[in-house]
Design a protein. Structure first.
Length: 249
């Protein structure tokens, strides 16, 4: 039986075709027909939540240094697109505030990953929660992290905000552990999304959203298996494969 409600989350936006975690990437994901966007949040030295995956700006900008040591004003001046392609030389690192303002009038869901494992940003959870509430986006946001202590803190601040555990290993019955810390979703590394996990999580009514699903066959198999969502760098391709599966049902 093919369940065709598999949601497509664009990993750092349409990161396969655009510079990751930039407005250009997010806009491309929306245009491609993605259902949601996955992005990463870290804090500047003046406590501004910015959208960037690494703890430093070195890989994805023309600057150097740790996010935690740079002010937002310094970060906002960096070129965050040329590393991917010179045509994106106008791209910059957006703030979470800017992204929420842009997402609000769209239909998109938002998966916010708290990047607070290498650097433990003080008060990150409350800062993010305050912004979510500012834009009244609680019902369209999922908070994920590899730092599960952070997820517990978010849950304690507001149990209504959906949290999801990020994990790389083949945890046995991870839905039981997730429920024990108040989490409602499983964001697992693709190789971990074995049939036993998909079936058990479905029985436990806990959505599985594997990352990063970029291969056509993996996309098709997960969609046909009724996986609740996939996280991919190639949302346009994933939407096409989902539509093709619908037409052949």
């Amino acid at each position: 039986m093919i369940l065709l409600d598999t949601l497509i989350f664009a990993h750092r936006g349409a990161a396969g075709t655009h510079p990751e975690n930039t407005m250009a990437s997010f806009e491309a994901a929306l245009k491609a027909g993605a259902d949601g966007i996955e992005l990463d949040v870290q804090l500047t030295s003046d406590n501004v939540p910015v959208i960037i995956h690494d703890e430093t700006v070195n890989r994805t900008t023309d600057g150097e240094g740790w996010i935690k040591d740079l002010t937002y004003e310094e970060i906002s001046k960096l070129d965050a697109g040329t590393w991917f392609d010179s045509s994106f030389n106008k791209a910059s690192i957006p703030t979470l505030d800017q992204v929420l303002d842009w997402v609000k009038p769209t239909r998109l869901l938002l998966n916010i990953e708290l990047k607070n494992g290498v650097v433990r940003y003080s008060n990150l959870e409350k800062i993010i929660l305050d912004l979510i509430n500012k834009y009244e986006m609680k019902d369209r946001v999922i908070i994920s992290s590899f730092n599960h202590y952070s997820l517990v803190e978010m849950h304690q601040l507001d149990p209504e905000v959906e949290t999801a555990i990020l994990f790389m290993e083949g945890i046995y019955e991870p839905w039981k552990y997730a429920k024990s810390i108040g989490a409602k979703g499983l964001h697992c590394f693709l190789p971990v999304a074995v049939p036993e996990l998909l079936i058990g999580a479905a029985q436990a009514e806990m959505p599985v959203r594997p990352f990063t699903v970029n291969d056509d066959n993996h996309m098709e198999n997960l969609i046909k298996a009724g996986c609740p969502a996939i996280i991919t760098d190639w949302p346009e391709k994933a939407v096409h494969i989902r539509n093709k599966a619908a037409n052949t049902k």
